[in-house]
Design a protein around this ligand. Structure first.
Ligand SMILES: Nc1ncnc2c1ncn2[C@@H]1O[C@H](COP(=O)(O)OP(=O)(O)OP(=O)(O)O)[C@@H](O)[C@H]1O
Length: 709
């Protein structure tokens, strides 16, 4: 007797690193039968099933499924010929019960009416929750039943069920088994089912007992009980396990190699406790015969519009039904931009500056009159109360004057962090200051000393110290220029002997403007990388990715449909930040809006490519978060946003320029501030580097994904 088998596994070895999971395993599943695969937790059942559906590669041996090798072009596996219910729920939480079943029907190109019909039937049979209930609101058992329905909606030739009855009540479990027995007979499909309830497997036509990566026995339940003279399958399994421990039995592997000329296995092994195997298996030719005779409907390597549509529908539902996600994706860029605009680059205010004015110690400038500080006599110009006049110039939002009686008191206040700095003007400041100007190079040294203002600055916070220093210079030159003007002296002599012409921007420009290109590019890159890595890892962890692929969807279709949605979200995010900065807050720019948008957008797309790569090397969300931020932070430190590249050693500078967003920031600055066009090399190079990174990351991610199998 020769039966064309649905699945044939021959001498399969599967390793994870050094760990051998499947150790020369053999197994045969016939069409029109239920095969119960039993074994302790961790013995490799799920791994075996994953190899059967082409989701995991094997190290050696052979697997034939429905006449072909899983994963091979034209085998139809993965694809519509198989129905796979993985151990985890592997469904989208934002799906309703109906959506879940329809999703699988649609990616398998079933007509809507047929999906509806099957859904109604399965809903009744499995006592599914109401159609419109979200899966995330269903109990574990209910989700498992929906998962079961999704695997069966297209009535495949081979149904692989990984623990479908876990957490299901006994009545329903009975119903499920009845249904399986019925469809196996009526539709002649093959079912492989794993379960931890060994006794329920009595209803299977054949049982495979698995231990330590080997199949200890493969028999009908009745025959197993008879062979071991036991009442229960548990007891039979126990005896076989003991025999394996004692080395009496190795596996049925030997049986794989002991087929007679007709493809009939004569005996398992002289040392096994299983006397004979009277089931007959096809030879390799027989098993793979169908491959030659049956025309497989479709390769699953090409892209199909119906699958893309179903995937886009899934991604969209996942997105818009996840309110927290939407709020985050829309509000986070806005929040970041607002934080940046309000928190970075504004004018420093109210810095406490100690004032020690020995010149007017007694009067404290109380009788001071601003206009009475210069007086022209013939060719002379006399100064009065110049210290008080200068203090008037310090009436500036940046400075909060604090008066001290002595310089020592002021310096103590600086050392205690009570003030940021102090100014000291000597007793005869005005007179010395005038002599310093009039005598010039002939002035005596004591005149030079008393005629200057002494500033003591706390430079521990360099940004504040430098800001205050330059403000004091600026105010002093303003003060001196005006004094010179009043004295009818050339005002220019009161300032530095250097004229400054600003080509782009100006002296008063706030730091915020410098930061805009860097903030736009890094923010979009970061958003893109976070969004993509999170979504892809969620998809993969939930098992939806794998399950969809087993149903015939290609990785490229999944990635492309994710890309389409995320790239659309990125359009909204890029517009949102650009609008906030340049329209709502009216920061000026002189370049092309379109080029600014494209650079910002491409930075986001590059971030998505980076997130994609991170998702291929990381197993879970926390690893991905660490990788995204761990890669992003050094890149940000080196991109010139915090400190100019010109200050770096040459080697590091070249490296920094090769990073994704260093040149993009420079390009964007050139567009915003200088109005340079896209085809200017210094603008184009930013695009060039981004595009190279997008391409490179895309290629290595796809390659890493293939390697992972
Ligand atoms: N990707 C992986 N990398 C390394 N080891 C793995 C991987 N996947 C599974 N394993 C290990 O392989 C062994 C078999 O796992 P598998 O999930 O196939 O067992 P199982 O028989 O299905 O268990 P259970 O009945 O509990 O689901 C386990 O020890 C598991 O830790």
């Amino acid at each position: 007797m020769s039966i064309s088998a649905a699945v044939c596994v021959r001498d399969v070895v599967k390793k994870y690193g050094d760990k051998t999971i499947l150790d020369g395993l053999c197994m045969n599943v016939d069409r029109g039968t239920i095969y119960g695969l039993l074994g302790a937790s961790g013995c490799g059942k799920t791994t075996l099933l994953s190899c059967m559906v082409g989701r995991k590669s094997i190290n050696s041996g052979e697997i034939w499924v429905l006449g072909g090798t899983p994963g091979e072009k034209g085998s139809g596996v993965p694809g519509p010929r198989v129905g796979y219910m993985p151990q985890e729920i592997a469904l989208v939480g934002e799906f309703t019960v109906r959506d879940a079943v329809f999703y699988f029907g649609r990616i398998l190109n079933m007509p809507e009416t047929l999906i509806s019909e099957r859904f109604e039937k399965l809903s009744m049979l499995l006592d599914l929750p109401p159609d419109d209930r979200f899966l995330k609101n269903c109990s574990g058992g209910q989700q498992r039943r929906v998962s079961f329905a999704a695997a069966m909606v297209h009535m495949p030739e081979l149904l692989i069920l990984d623990e479908p009855t876990a957490g299901v009540d006994p009545l329903l479990r009975d119903k499920i088994w009845n249904y399986l027995v019925e469809i196996v007979h009526s539709e002649k499909i093959a079912v492989i089912i794993t379960t931890h309830y060994i006794e329920e497997a009595r209803r299977a036509n054949k049982i495979g007992l698995m231990r330590n990566g080997k199949l200890l026995a493969e028999e009908s339940p009745a025959r197993l009980l008879q062979l071991f003279h036991t009442e229960t399958l548990e007891e039979a399994f126990l005896i076989l396990s003991r025999n394996q421990e004692d080395g009496i039995i190795n596996s049925v592997m030997e049986a794989c190699n002991r087929q007679n000329g007709n493809g009939v296995i004569e005996s398992a092994s002289s040392t096994t406790s299983v006397a004979t195997f009277d089931m007959a298996y096809g030879s390799k030719d027989e098993l793979t015969k169908e491959k030659k005779t049956t025309k497989i409907k479709k390769d699953n390597t090409s892209m199909e519009s119906y699958r893309m549509k179903a995937l886009l529908d899934k991604n969209w539902k996942q997105f818009y039904r996840n309110v927290t996600g939407i709020v985050f994706l829309i509000s986070f860029p806005l929040l970041q931009t607002l934080c940046f605009l309000h928190g970075v680059g504004g004018e420093v205010k109210d810095l406490k500056l100690g004032i020690v004015n020995d010149e007017t110690m007694t009067t404290r400038c109380s009788n001071f009159v601003f206009n009475g500080t210069t007086e022209i006599h013939d060719f002379d110009c006399n100064f009065y109360n110049m210290s008080c006049r200068f203090l008037e110039y310090l009436e500036h939002p940046m400075i909060a004057k604090v008066k001290f009686n002595t310089l020592d008191e002021a310096i103590t206040a600086i050392t205690h962090g009570q003030i940021t700095g102090a100014l000291y003007m000597a007793e005869n400041f005005t007179q010395s200051y005038q002599s310093r100007i009039e005598d010039g190079k002939d002035a005596e040294s004591w005149i030079s000393e008393f005629g200057e203002i002494k500033a003591y600055l706390d430079m521990s916070n360099r940004q504040i110290g430098m800001t205050l220093k330059f403000k004091l210079y600026k105010l002093f030159y303003d003060f001196q220029e005006e004094v010179f003007r009043e004295c009818n002296w050339p005002a220019r002599l009161g300032n530095l002997p250097m004229r400054r012409e600003y080509m782009y921007g100006d002296e008063e420009e706030v730091f915020t403007i410098f930061m805009i290109p860097g903030t736009l590019v890094t923010m979009c890159f970061f958003l893109g990388s976070m969004m993509t890595s999170q979504i892809i890892i969620t998809d993969r962890k939930d098992g939806v990715w794998d399950r969809s692929i087993v149903a015939g969807v290609t990785s490229l279709e999944i990635i492309l449909t994710h890309f389409i949605l995320q790239a659309s979200i990125m359009v909204v995010q890029a517009i949102e930040v650009l609008f906030t900065i340049f329209v709502a807050y009216q920061y000026t720019y002189i370049g092309s809006t379109a080029v600014m948008f494209l650079l910002t957008y491409f930075a986001g797309i590059c971030g998505m490519a980076y997130g994609f790569w991170v998702s291929t090397i990381c197993e879970d969300h926390s690893q991905a978060n660490i990788s995204v931020t761990g890669g992003f932070l050094p890149m940000m430190l080196l991109c010139g946003l915090i400190w100019p590249l010109e200050a770096m050693p040459i080697g590091l500078r070249i490296f920094a320029k090769c990073l994704p967003f260093t040149l993009a920031i420079e390009s964007l600055r050139n567009v915003i501030k200088k109005g340079w066009p896209l085809w200017d090399f210094q603008v184009f190079q930013g695009f060039g580097v981004l595009l190279l990174w997008i391409l490179g990351l895309g290629i290595i991610s796809v390659w890493a994904m293939k390697l992972k199998r």
